[in-house]
Design a protein around this ligand. Structure first.
Ligand SMILES: Cc1cc2nc3c(=O)[nH]c(=O)nc-3n(C[C@H](O)[C@H](O)[C@H](O)COP(=O)(O)OP(=O)(O)OC[C@H]3O[C@@H](n4cnc5c(N)ncnc54)[C@H](O)[C@@H]3O)c2cc1C
Length: 382
């Protein structure tokens, strides 16, 4: 039976819950909203299936080095509605046109991030954009299994741990029609911090948030990282959630020991932002509208990409030109992570934004010090 001695050993993929024949496992949120399995001892027969399916703690299978590409959607409207180079919508369109099903992360009307199934282009459109919080998987693993049993081709997108959990859960005999697309992943931030942050924005702006964008490319360009919130017909920007994200203080603990933060991937195709494109493909993204890094990890991934290439601008690149940090090692946690979690639980979001974020005197002092340091450095260089 699944037992957690170290919470870092659970990525919350839900494979254990999905595989349990007695429905003895539920996923229960902790103080930050990260879900962990809880076993109902009255139902559990200790059959061991949940341990067998847990992929996160086991050594990775033998993996190949990928073929790397820079890519961008030829349709500019589509490009601007996605996070990077809008490669994922092209893959999704191909699968849907062929009668398949696509799975990905959406933000619902309450700004909760969850995984859904799509069989139309309109449904798949909601997968666009990176939602920087852990997506709630609900029962999608079982839905994928049902699709595959019916012979439907499935394109499943998610973080590397979500795709690896899924492939571990799906019996190998049914995996032929399953295509796995993962994202290069920095780590997933807390769902409850995100939930409370929306409420904070509503108090601050004195109105209901009707649209939220974790990273608004249309307003600020691809390389900037600025959040935007629409309240009524006004668009506001802020940086506080982003600041805590990049401080690595509200990530799921398992992200800090992530075995998938490597150039060899567990999916068929990996999508990311192409940081360092200037050296690898000069001129490709001069307009700052976005460029994807695509890693083709398996024959299945290469085949799907080749079918979609006519809708994309693509260039071959060397692996050595695209080795961003999360393709080499997991994100290192901030040393105040435990204190942040305790304070968020006991004192709430406003307190932690002042104590650890960019809203209090500590940040003011720090940023003033950094500005002075930068000015002195510039002055000395003259
Ligand atoms: C939490 C997170 C961290 C990331 N960190 C990095 C990074 O460090 N470096 C980097 O290069 N790229 C990172 N990415 C990937 C990048 O931001 C883009 O998602 C990716 O390049 C796809 O862009 P696109 O334009 O092709 O697709 P889009 O059309 O923008 O589609 C977005 C895709 O991401 C999936 N997705 C969105 N949010 C989530 C979520 N919360 N959980 C699981 N899947 C989700 C959707 O299902 C869809 O497949 C991260 C993405 C996420 C969600």
């Amino acid at each position: 039976m699944v037992t957690l001695t170290d919470i870092r050993s659970c990525c919350g993929c839900t494979a254990c819950q999905a595989v349990c024949p007695r429905e003895a496992i539920s996923l229960v949120p902790d103080a930050l909203g990260f879900k962990y399995p809880k076993v109902d001892m009255d139902r559990c027969t200790d059959c061991g299936l949940c341990e067998k399916v847990c992929a996160f703690v086991r050594p990775l299978p033998e993996l190949q080095l990928p073929v790397a590409k820079a890519a961008r959607n030829k349709d500019e409207q589509s490009l601007m509605r996605s996070r990077s180079g809008a490669v994922f919508p092209v893959l999704a369109e191909h699968i849907l046109t062929d009668g398949g099903a696509v799975y990905g992360a959406v933000m619902d009307e309450k700004f909760r991030v969850l995984h859904k199934r799509a069989v139309t282009l309109e449904e798949a459109d909601l997968f666009r954009g990176s939602k920087y919080t852990q997506s709630d998987m609900g029962n999608v693993y079982k839905a994928v299994l049902d699709d595959l049993k019916k012979g439907i081709t499935v394109l499943f997108s998610g973080t590397p741990c979500q795709v690896h959990g899924l492939s571990s859960y799906i019996p190998s005999i049914l995996r032929e029609k399953l295509i796995l697309a993962d994202v290069v992943c920095h780590g997933v931030p807390s769902p409850y911090v995100w939930r409370d942050y929306i409420l904070y924005q509503e108090r601050l702006r004195k109105g209901k948030v009707v649209e939220a964008n974790f990273r608004d490319k249309n307003e600020y360009g691809w390389k900037e990282h600025r959040e935007t919130y629409r309240v009524g017909d006004k668009l506001y920007t802020d940086m506080s959630y982003t600041y805590l994200f990049y401080k690595h203080i509200m990530l799921r603990p398992s992200c800090t020991i992530c075995p998938y933060a490597d150039i060899k991937r567990v999916s068929d195709i990996t999508l990311g932002d192409f940081w360092g494109w200037q050296n690898a493909v000069p001129g490709f993204n001069d307009d700052d509208k976005g460029v994807s890094l695509v890693l083709l990890n398996t024959e299945k991934g290469r085949h799907l990409f080749s079918k979609c290439e006519s809708q994309l601008f693509t260039r071959d690149v060397q692996l050595s030109d695209c080795l961003q940090p999360n393709l080499q090692h997991p994100t290192k946690p901030h040393h105040d992570t435990d204190a942040f979690t305790r304070d968020f639980t006991e004192k709430g979001l406003t307190y932690v934004m002042k104590r650890y974020g960019d809203k209090g005197w500590r940040y003011m002092v720090y940023s003033t010090y950094m500005n002075i340091k930068r000015t002195v450095k510039k002055w000395l260089k003259r």
